[in-house]
Design a protein around this ligand. Structure first.
Ligand code: MG
Ligand code: MG
Length: 272
């Protein structure tokens, strides 16, 4: 069953989402060669607690950490390790928070130093596909419209769209109905209604869409060992249109990146 949110609930969810946004912004300036995932994890946990929230992933399904850190060929659900990042790595960081009973959950794939051009393109296209998907999250559309748009765009670049993991509704539970696959058919699936909140999160591979899982029971990686990217936003359906609850603006501020990619969507003013 889809749990539709009231305006008050959406405000609480925005608070949780912005804590994750600020956490990712804080991490952005830390990510460089020699730094470890475990270091980021400790920083993130302290930061989230300092903001009056709890880490959303820690202990969820027995996950041992605050962050999912998935370098290079890891798609998602990587466990933070003491392996130092290297120049040219890409690091997908997925973060959750829980405040006032509501979850925030979003993700960004960071570059470590200078990254190969074909990998940079994978990140660019994956992030573009996130916004292409979000545009379809509006009244009158269905789950399949979002999935189709993301799949069509990424496959037109020759990339593999992961099937085994999907986006999701979000609220008082981290994962709520409906599932939001990054593939699908136009006009199919559950209809979007006012007050829905979903996490849209393309997981896109440079090569094959096929994935495997490490023996740790968590880490998902590409079957061919080529890189994978992951970007995720929390989005509410307000006045028939998508409204971003999360933002990458804190990341861009930290990294000195100019971007107006979020400006077409309604978004709460950014505060420090
Ligand atoms: Mg996530
Ligand atoms: Mg998610």
């Amino acid at each position: 069953m889809i749990h539709v949110k009231t305006a008050e609930e959406i405000e609480l969810m925005r608070e949780s989402a912005l804590i994750v946004s600020k956490t990712l912004g804080m991490l952005a300036s830390e990510i460089k060669p020699g730094v470890t995932g475990l270091h980021l994890d400790r920083l993130a946990e302290a930061f989230i607690r300092d903001h009056g929230a709890e880490p959303g992933f820690l202990g969820m399904y027995d996950f041992p950490n605050t962050l999912n850190i998935s370098p290079n060929a890891q798609v998602v659900h990587g466990i933070p390790s003491d392996e130092p990042f290297e120049e040219g790595d890409i690091i997908s960081v997925d973060c959750g928070s829980l405040k006032n009973g509501y979850y925030g959950d979003h993700a960004y794939t960071f570059e470590v130093g200078e990254v190969a051009p074909d990998t940079r393109k994978l990140l660019k296209v994956t992030k573009e596909s996130l916004y292409i998907g979000i545009r379809e999250f509006r009244l009158g559309n269905r789950v399949g419209d979002v999935g189709y748009a993301i799949q069509n765009y990424c496959e037109s670049h020759g990339y593999g769209v992961v099937r085994e993991l999907v986006g999701h509704g979000i609220g008082t539970k981290l994962h709520e109905s409906p599932e939001m696959p990054n593939y699908g058919k136009r006009g199919r699936g559950k209809k979007f209604v006012e007050g829905m909140v979903v996490a849209i999160e393309p997981m896109i591979n440079m090569g094959t869409r096929r994935v495997r899982q490490l023996k740790d029971g968590w880490t998902i990686l590409t079957a061919d060992g080529r890189p994978s990217a992951h970007f995720e936003h929390d989005v509410a359906l307000v006045d028939g249109k998508p409204e971003l609850l999360s933002t990458f603006q804190y990341i861009y501020d930290a990294l000195g990146i100019e971007s107006n990619e979020e400006s077409e969507f309604r978004r709460h003013p950014i505060t420090s």
